[in-house]
Ligand binder design. Sequence first.
Ligand SMILES: Nc1ncnc2c1ncn2[C@@H]1O[C@H](COP(=O)(O)OP(=O)(O)OP(=O)(O)O)[C@@H](O)[C@H]1O
Ligand SMILES: [Mg+2]
Length: 374
Amino acid sequence: MKKPVNPFITAGYYGAVYFCDRENETKTMLQNTTNGLSTTLVAIRRIGKTGLIKHVLGKLPSDYTSVYIDILPTEKMNDFLNTLVTAVMNSIPQRSGTGKTIMNFIKSLRPVITYDPLTGMPQATIDVRQGENEKHIESVFKYLDKYPKNVVIAIDEFQQILEYPEKNTDAWLRSSIQSLRNVIFIFSGSRQHLMRDLFADPTRPFYRSTSLLNIGKIDSDAYTSFIIRHFKNNGRKITENIVKEMLDWTDVHTYYVQLLCNKVFAAGHKEITSEKWKSEAHKLLEEEEILFLKYRELLTKQQWQLLKAIAREGQVYSPTSKDFVSKHSLGSPATVLRSLEALLKKQMIYTNYDPDKKMFYKVYDLLLRRWLEE
Ligand SMILES: Nc1ncnc2c1ncn2[C@@H]1O[C@H](COP(=O)(O)OP(=O)(O)OP(=O)(O)O)[C@@H](O)[C@H]1O
Ligand SMILES: [Mg+2]
């Protein structure tokens, strides 16, 4: 794998060296997969789900092969078919045997091949009659099931299938993968309540069909050593205290930790001080300011006030309580409840559980939270 210029990756996966910890999660997922058990990964946005999937796929034993698809941009079953076929073409060798059979099948669907302008990878677009997408997706699965290696299909942002105009997509998918023997799945998603609806609701087809794995933040100590190691390996000085300050500011939320470390590293300082990292953090907020001002325009006054109040508290347990409502002059609990629902729906805030299993509300975007606090 190509060595990145900056050791703090903010997009993609560059191998285990640049990947911090997640040892238990990796072990669990590998164990599930190699024992024929599919895994469902659920976690808030930007915590490291995609990175973890790539990490796990990279560690599969040699008698396994994998197909990764991100279905977030897909809107209908035909998009799903195209995404799947493209990924299969790009990850299953087609020279001989089953690979060739799969390729012949794909060719029989008369795909139009274009090349991704960024990566140069071929992309397939298949035009089929309505209602035929399902049949072709099933065929792709069946061919993969005959592949001489075990196949792991990872479907990222899986909850997106709920947005398709086709009905009962989960029921159809569940039944079409049920008979597969050599194909194991990894489902991942960030819309936590949708993922829970899909996998943890006894009335839904996927109920109990996979092992559920919730991932949280990376352990702070492990992250501290990781950050210090990468700065030191590149001849930079940084102390544990400074790293701790940076982890506090980013709330140990993976993407933001990576982003801040990336900027601080890129600034080229030989020795990192409080002033230096804070100056980079400030620049990050400045860069986003236009976007944040846009949010303010798009939200109602009540929603904006509530968002600000949640940002200032960091973590809020009872946003409709008298104390919270009056402290931040939010009007009435009923207004707060309405705004709360709107902010959740817009994914401006999220809910999660603390170690004592108590539910709290938090602003989703850490940079927005820090900006609102100021
Ligand atoms: N364990 C890790 N160590 C270091 N960097 C990581 C780790 N996990 C993820 N990252 C990096 O953090 C960023 C966010 O991770 P990733 O995209 O995997 O999160 P995600 O949960 O899939 O987010 P989204 O919900 O937006 O899809 C990426 O740049 C990724 O490279
Ligand atoms: Mg992701």
